[in-house]
Structure formats: structure tokens, C-alpha cells
Design a protein around this ligand. Sequence first.
Ligand code: EPZ
Length: 430
Amino acid sequence: MMEKEQMLKIKGLGGKKTLSGSVTISGSKNAVLPAIASALLFKNPVRYTNVPDIEDVHRSFELLEALGCSVSPSKRHSVTITCSGNKTRLTEEISKRMRASILFVAPLLATRGEVTFPHPGGCVIGERPIDIFIDNFKKMGATCKESKHSYTLKTGGSGLKGAELFFRIQSVTGTSAFIMAGVVAKGETVIRNAAMEPEIIHLADFLNTVGAKITGAGTPTIRIRGTGMVRKNGATYVTPPDRLEAGSFLILGALAAKSLKIEKCNPEELHSLIERLELSGVSVKIGKHDLLVSAPKKTCKAVDIKTHEYPGFPTDLQAPMVVFLTACKGEAKVFETIFEGRLSYTEDLVRMGANINLWNQREATVVGPSTLRARELWGPDIRAGLAYVIAGIIAKGESTIHNVYYIDRGYENIEEKLQNIGVVIDRIKA
Ligand code: EPZ
């Protein structure tokens, strides 16, 4: 079922830098989604805390419930998940709306010997193949049958076998998937050219606390010794703060804040963004679990952005950063190396008055500073949707942003957090 159309109406500041106060960062979407999928590896209940109240988490709970698992919310932002049953088919309607549904394939295949799933949906930011998953499950002994709409993987009773894997591309969910597969597979699994995002480390650390034997998370080579399904009782996963939400608010603060404190975040995970902002003339005060930022009086200097696997500049902050660049003096080159379809939102910023040239699917130049004018916009994905919110906040006039479901996929209570720091924003239910 599709959510009823909702819109965000934003009264732009027209260049004024008046935002102030503090924002508390919610739990990380991209950390908690693989951790929720890993509940399928457990024989006993698993407790999750600091879980963000976002659409992708709700869809993940629905996927698990459709597989026979129980999801019992306790206090706010906490749930207990107990997985049982032998269903092996991922619900198509949900999987088509969330790329992260691919995270459920590995634990299902590893523990139930079979899984059927559609090509995952989610943000349209490129072709997003799943060859790394299919090829490497085969290396671990699975067979794959592909039909027009779905794939069925089977281990044929003997279960997954540990294997030496090499990822042709560093895939974040691919790395999480094969860590989970390796925990249950017989023998040792080695992943070479693994992704090094913090979310990988969070997953490995959690699984190691309940008996898994995973080494090398956060490096390009990860080794997992097969220890079978997790039987430990009382496992608890504490969701770390969302580095992408923190980065999005840091960019907003650099553009339009008198003084903005970003609380309950992990500055250690944001050095690539902080380095670019400081080079452009923004000063960021770094605390242990917080950041303090104010928009500089002087117009910032344009700085080039090249997205890169972690610890390089995150592709998920590219769109919000391009909005920042529209307010900088000079020409900035933007090179999106991860996804080939992740710059198409720039045409809407041009409609708002930005001076952006899109040279090809991966490269653009932004010439600033330009004053953005309010517009009616349709967010195409989670991060471009948030970029439109930031653009609407700095623009002159009142903007309307549609497809709020996409923003709610990755950001909890976005309008409330923004209202609390001085943004005039309302959610309108059509
Ligand atoms: C994760 O997606 C994140 N999602 C994305 O965040 C993030 O943009 C991306 O990593 C890159 O950092 C989650 O963690 C839930 P990839 P993922 O596999 O794992 C290609 C957000 O807004 N590839 O690391 O799907 C792929 O097309 C979302 O929170 C293959 O070719 O990304 C891309 O070009 C958006 N074959 C590159 O690898 C495969 O089998 C990196 O993708 C898999 C991936």
C-alpha cells in the first residue's frame, strides 16, 4: 500500500543566517538495517535500542513479520525481534521499495537453505546490479534460478560453505551480507576488497559480542570463521548515531545557522565532510559526541567534491553538499564516482536559480554564489529529497516539497527537528 501523498511547505530564509539551537541525531539507518536482518541468524530474541523511527525500519519489520518473525516494540526506539519459522520468500511489494531488502537474502539462505526475492528496489540512483551477491553466493555453494521477476537461491541441504571471495566493487550491503553468510557457513570465508564503512564495523562488533569470529572489519580484508546460528541469549544491539543525518544538519548549519549544535553524533565518522567545509571557510567545533557550527559572515569559497568509498566523501552527502556549493563563491567540480545516476536532481536546483552544468551522469560544475528561489519540487530519493529541503530553507519564498515518503525513509521527524532550530516548515497531508 502506498502512503497518502504528503508535502513539506518551507518558508525560505532568503539568505538570512538565523537558525539556532540544537538537534539530536537519531540512530543510523544504514547501521540498523543490516543489524535487523541479522536477527534471522539468532535462535533467541534480540533486543534493539536507539532504533530510528523511519520508513525503511518499518518496512524491515514488515519483511521479518511476513517471514514468521515477531517484532515487539518496547519503549520508544526499542524493539525485541524473535525469528522463527521456515518461510523463504521476501515480500515483493516491500522489497521493491527498499534496496536494503537485499540484506535479508544472506541470513535467510544461510539459515533456511533457500530464499526467493525480487530485484530490490529503492532509490533510483543508478542501475544498482546485484551481481556481487549472486556470483558470491554461488562461490559459497548456492544454486541460482532467475525468473522474469525474481531470483531463487538454494544451498541444497548441505548449507553454505566458506569461500575466498573477491568483490569487484566495494559494496556496503554486499559486505554486510557476506559477513552474515560467513557466520553460518561451514569453514572460513574471506572477503577481499570489502567495504570499510563504519556500518560494517558496527555489524561485525555486534555479531562478535554474541559469539561470531569476525576479524578485519573496517579493512579491505575480512575473515569470518563459521560458528553457526547464534544461540546466545539476551543479545542487545545499540544503534549508533546516523552519520548521514549528522552530516546533512552540519551542511545546513554551515549555510544558515547563527549557531547550531549537532548532538549525539560521532564526529570521527565525518572527517571527509568537515575537511571540505573548513577548506571552504566554515569553522566547525568538534566535541566528543557533538559538533558546533555557524554560517560564516563572509561568503564561502567553492571547493571540489569527489565522492569515494569510506573514509572518502560519502555519496549520500553529495546532494546536500551541492546545495551548499550553490552559495559558495567560485566554480566547484563535482565528481560522483559511486552511482551513475546520482546527479539528475541538479536540474531542479537550476530551476531554483542555481548555476550548475551537468557534463555527464557523473560530473557537474557549480558556479556560485547564486540566490535560490522557492519552487515546487518532487524529491527523487532520500538524500536528494533532503537536499531540496535544505535548498528550500535557504531560498527566497515558500517551497513545496512532494514525495515526503522518501525523506521519511531516512530521516526521523524531519520537520520537528527543523522547527526546533527555527525553520518555518509544515507537513501537509493531501
Ligand atoms: C549502501 O547501498 C547504502 N545503503 C547507500 O545509502 C549508499 O549510498 C551506498 O551503500 C554507497 O555508500 C544502505 O546501506 C542500506 P553499494 P548499497 O553496494 O550497499 C555497485 C542511502 O541514501 N554494485 O555499496 O546498495 C552499485 O551499483 C542509501 O542511505 C554492483 O555493481 O551500495 C554502486 O555503483 C542510498 N553490483 C556501487 O557498487 C552489486 O552487486 C556501490 O554500491 C552491488 C553493488
